[in-house]
Design a protein around this ligand. Sequence first.
Ligand SMILES: Cc1ncc(COP(=O)(O)O)c(C=O)c1O
Length: 370
Amino acid sequence: MIPVNQPLLDGREREYLIECIDSGWISSEGPFVARFEAEFASRVGRRHGIAVCNGTSALDAAVAALDIASGDEVIMPTFTIISCIGQVIRCGATPVLVDSDPVTWNMDVSEVEAKVTSRTKAIIVVHIYGLPVDIDPLLEIAARYGLKVIEDAAEMLGQEYRGRPCGSFGDLSTFSFYPNKHITTGEGGMIVTDSDALAERCRSLRNLCFQADRRFVHEELGWNLRMTNLQAALGLAQLERLDEVVVRKRMMGARYDALLADIPGISLPCPATDFARNIYWVYGLVLDDDLPFEAEEAMRRLAERKIGSRPFFWCMHEQPAFRRRGMFAGETYPVAERMARRGFYIPSGVALTESQIDQVTTAVREILHA
Ligand SMILES: Cc1ncc(COP(=O)(O)O)c(C=O)c1O
């Protein structure tokens, strides 16, 4: 089986992990955590990094840190992972969804301003699959209406928007280090910000809102979202090789582009816009409408040929968990709905070899026109 994703752990990961074991520092108190936070923040051009246990909790803490609460509205894409919406719903705020752009597969920025009301508190910007969101117009809207911005850059570490690093744009920006990401800590995440106050608040929320002077007296309810020293050791070693990862990802994308270009019936990722070159976090395909089957069938056929694949996101407004609560009734977002049904991605990990890419493309050709 060619896996859809496989991490590379052949840098200094082993050395740093042995250091943790030899020193006995394995919890979140260990020295790798602060080192990883500092190096990571500096890599994305930020003053503060707050390491957490995964990308979902990074988003949860970001929403909480901005005091988003019942009565507030938060604008976000419908085509995204459920992690973006969880804390918005749990805290009683209202998610306001926007459709996707059919070319970049990101949120359609031109729809955002019309969704702003007097209750809008924030925009959650999510960079999806390989190209960043066209963020300058969004920042301009946010500034004009006094909105906060959370930038979910989980899939976009190492990517740039008009030469500025992804992760450098939101009041708070978040990352994930799940093994399919550009760098991995097994499970893990990071919040970055330039604001001292927001950094302090995220640190407190991460650590159960313990207080320095009266530890077990809580003014606020937090979580335990701490990252361990073992995870941070991995993260630091991975970060040292990020440039190499970016090069490998773009080489993978270019090879797929060349080998898949002449196959009728599929749309490939947009290679570049005027604000960024695709980084191919994953290499997605969208089936044309004239093919008589959807992504599920394509993935089944690929699995028969021992090629791993994953479906695209399923839209937030079509989630049974929210529909059951009566949310998003009657709302439709046609571009995102089509992508969810006709989109999937093929093996895209950093460990993928050229000959595996060749095998995958041969299989894609066979299954589309079998
Ligand atoms: C855009 C995006 N945000 C958030 C997450 C959640 O991260 P985690 O799996 O670390 O909780 C992911 C992915 O896995 C993601 O792709």
